[in-house]
Design a protein around this ligand. Structure first.
Ligand code: DQA
Length: 143
């Protein structure tokens, strides 16, 4: 099984940016824990601060042979209709994840432009949000 773990704007700063909200593990640590916890999964890790690059990557999911996507789109989750349309165009399941509990934060974070076109959402468990999404996808996609 091949999964894409994609991260959008500012997620490259995870570990040092507002650690009281996002935790002190870097994205590299989270990614290597994903690999350790799901040895049967072949992961590709992708991070970009650019909306267009994230959309290009989502558009390429089928062509690149991914079975599913773990996606933390950062703030784009809250307002990017272009990203939403890209997710809707893909036939593979996309799971929306957030490190923080977005529903317990500012009003603008309580809206997601992408949830409706995602298979599910995991929010608020720190790095465990990614592990829960990987678990859900690997169970769902089991043959
Ligand atoms: C985030 C939550 C978003 O509101 C924020 O803009 C981020 C990170 C999270 O992982 O908690 O960049 O997606």
């Amino acid at each position: 099984m091949k999964l894409l773990a994609a991260n959008g704007p500012n997620l490259n700063l995870t570990g040092t940016r507002e650690p009281q909200i996002y935790g002190s593990d870097t994205l590299a640590v989270i990614n290597s824990e994903l690999k350790e916890r799901f040895p049967a999964v072949s992961f590709e890790f992708f991070q970009t601060n650019s909306e267009g690059e994230l959309i290009d990557k989502i558009q390429s999911v089928e062509k690149e042979g991914f079975d599913g996507v773990i996606l933390n789109a950062g703030a784009l989750s809250h307002y990017s209709y272009a990203l939403r349309d890209a997710i809707a165009s893909v036939k593979r399941p996309v799971v929306e994840v957030h490190l923080s509990q977005v529903f317990a934060r500012e009003e603008f974070r309580r809206t997601s432009a992408i949830s409706e076109v995602c298979k599910g959402t995991v929010t608020g468990f720190g790095k465990i949000s990614y592990f829960a999404a990987a678990f859900a996808l690997s169970e769902m996609l089991k043959k």
